[in-house]
Design a protein around this ligand. Structure first.
Ligand code: HEC
Length: 143
């Protein structure tokens, strides 16, 4: 019963995870969270990026050219749960790398898609490792 409960808690917390739960102990930005109950634009975009990534992975596994349905350049303008974080030079640098990989993925041949896709997923992981470790377990599924 205990195990069942903790699994349930894990599942629930995944559904509502933003960065502010854990891995953010170096700052006390929790007090600055603008929208604690709703989801930020950036969180919604990230979820769409994850689903889109899953679709691209399936396409690549089928030997098809992956195509994206997400307006990923919005990563620069979407409002984040913690706006300070998304305004940082660190965030912009990681977002640039991610954007470059997405563009490469759109313009590559079907044969080149798998390794570029992997590099793109690594660009998600790198930003998350530095700024927002919570969702990394989930992002790993894209590999
Ligand atoms: C430039 C940094 C950066 C990059 C690159 C990045 N993320 Fe994120 N991600 C964030 C931040 C910051 C948040 C927290 C958003 C918020 O709460 O406003 C987040 C949140 C998330 C979440 C949790 C959303 C929720 O439900 O609250 C998921 C899932 C996620 N990202 C997946 C991805 C995937 C998949 C990629 C690559 C396709 C990616 N991220 C690339 C910074 C990044």
């Amino acid at each position: 019963m205990k195990t069942y409960l903790s699994i349930l808690i894990v599942i629930i917390s995944f559904g509502t995870w933003a960065c502010n739960n854990e891995g953010n102990t170096r700052s006390n930005t929790a007090s600055k969270i603008i929208n604690p109950n709703g989801d930020s634009e950036l969180a919604l975009l990230m979820r769409a990026m994850f689903d889109d990534g899953m679709d691209m992975k399936t396409a690549i596994e089928k030997g098809q050219h992956p195509s994206t349905k997400v307006d990923y350049a919005k990563i620069f303008t979407a409002t984040a749960t913690e706006p300070d974080k998304a305004a940082s030079p660190e965030f912009k640098a990681f977002a640039d790398v991610y954007l470059e990989q997405m563009k490469a993925l759109e313009n590559c041949t079907t044969e080149e898609a798998a390794p570029i896709f992997k590099t793109m997923v690594t660009s998600c992981m790198n930003c998350h490792a530095a700024m927002c470790p919570g969702p990394m377990v989930r992002i790993k599924k894209l590999y």
